[in-house]
Design a protein around this ligand. Structure first.
Ligand code: CTP
Length: 413
């Protein structure tokens, strides 16, 4: 087990197995080293067919070997795993997943996987057929049941001409997910494994005509942080993304929508199999009563069209009052300001009761606080009236507290 000193550089083992996506892990390695991590690269022999040992050694500043027979006096097959704070295997081939699931230890990487007691993240990459094969799926299920985080591959272009599920997620996104894992010291990995969570993010667009819409400033960052941290804790995650301005997080199923009506349909569909739904999106409360099929023309007399608005359905209230599954935890967000009729928390309590959700994440937006910021601070208000203050910090840190709270509700329900 690792005994990292406080303030020491986190020790990361980057396992690389033999897939064409091995070249992408050079970028992942750079991200780790440039942000102060101490990285030991452990490639398989097959990985070295794609990217040579000198590349890994130069980028990590350490010698690299796929074998247990190099530097035997240092007992690397035990030491590397024992001392690690995190092991990331990217790309993880069907072969390495199978070996890990069955405890086979025939090279340095598979030995390291047996000796590591820290969180282990596998980022699989392979052809769709190999990923979907019952053998691979059974191995993935075994690894997840043991607390390993096996992230879902991305969809898109694969080697050759085919497309489908099996791509390695973008290295920058694997890095962000790995950081979320490291941000929970003492946690051994996937505590949300076996749970399906749905997160909505971004701001909806309500169209007036084919080119014009009413929108809002939501970037989707808080929702994306929620999706990524849940994936880093082993959950199956569906992100319903409305015009989100940041890249898709790794290991997450993304459903893209534009309007509140589309958001509602996508959230309700995904919620049918969900254990929790977090409505971090900013759906527009109103939409134009009429949608013009043709672009609205300017009038010659200088007049402007009048736009009549109608209310959109309240997705959070609908979901809270008609839960598709028993035990589902429903979380809403509220941006509030205090006024003469009550404090921020008074308004938030009334909103929680009105919406019927279990948990409300309350942002005090008096004076324009929070909008557009990479950070957030909030009060988590529970249905039973209890509150948890989350001090100013990263959106990922707030997301972790939200999942802790959701998870404790699952334990007690
Ligand atoms: N929400 C929703 N559907 C809508 C509008 C909002 O599900 N049509 C969700 C948001 O995703 C968020 C919460 O409700 O979780 C935010 O509510 P808010 O917009 O503040 O609530 P309102 O009822 O519009 O309250 P207010 O009158 O204060 O604007």
């Amino acid at each position: 087990m690792t005994t990292a000193e406080p303030g020491a550089r986190p020790r990361v083992v980057l396992g690389v197995s033999g897939g064409i996506a091995a070249y992408k892990s050079c970028e992942l390695l750079r991200r780790f080293t440039e942000s102060g991590h101490d990285v030991t690269v452990v490639p398989t022999a097959a990985a070295l067919q794609f990217v040579g040992a000198p590349t890994w050694a130069a980028l990590s500043g350490k010698p690299v070997s796929p074998e247990v027979w190099a530097d035997v006096h240092e007992v690397p097959h035990v030491r590397i795993g024992q001392q690690a704070d995190l092991v990331v295997v990217a790309p993880a081939t069907a072969d390495v997943l199978a070996k890990a699931a069955h405890g086979i230890a025939d090279d340095l990487l598979t030995n390291t996987l047996l000796t590591a007691r820290c969180p282990v993240v596998f980022a699989p990459a392979m052809h769709t057929e190999m990923w979907e094969h019952p053998a691979t799926q059974a191995n993935v299920a075994t690894l997840r049941a043991r607390g390993n985080v096996v992230i879902e591959p991305a969809e898109g272009r694969l080697t050759g001409a085919d497309t489908g599920k099996g791509r390695l997620p973008e290295p920058g996104e694997i890095f962000e997910l790995a950081r979320d894992v490291l941000a929970r010291p003492g946690a051994t990995g996937g505590d949300l494994a076996g749970r399906h969570v749905v997160v909505s993010a971004g701001g909806t667009r309500e169209y007036l005509d084919p080119v014009r819409f009413l929108g809002n400033r939501s970037s989707g960052r808080q929702g994306v942080a929620l999706a990524r941290t849940a994936a880093a804790r082993g959950a199956e995650v569906t992100l319903v993304a409305a015009n989100v301005a940041v890249p898709d997080p790794a290991g997450v199923k993304v459903v893209r929508v534009e309007t509140t009506a589309e958001l509602r349909d996508a959230v309700l569909e995904a919620a049918a199999s969900a254990d929790a739904v977090v409505m971090a999106a900013a759906p527009a409360d109103f939409r134009p009563a009429a949608l013009s099929e043709a672009k609205i023309k300017k009038a010659d007399d200088g007049s402007a069209p009048e736009v009549r608005l109608v209310q959109n359905p309240d997705i959070l209230a609908e979901l809270s009052h008609h839960r598709p599954r028993e035990g589902m935890v429903v979380v809403g967000f509220a941006a509030e300001t205090g006024d003469e009729t009550g404090s921020v928390l008074d308004h938030a309590r009334a909103k929680l009761a009105r919406k019927g959700c279990d948990l409300l994440v309350v942002n005090d937006v008096s004076g324009g606080k929070v909008f557009g910021s990479p950070e957030n601070e909030a009060v988590l208000l529970s249905r039973d009236g209890s509150t948890t203050e989350v001090p100013r910090g990263s959106k990922a840190a707030l997301a972790q507290v939200i999942w802790d709270t959701v998870s404790s509700r699952w334990q007690t329900s």
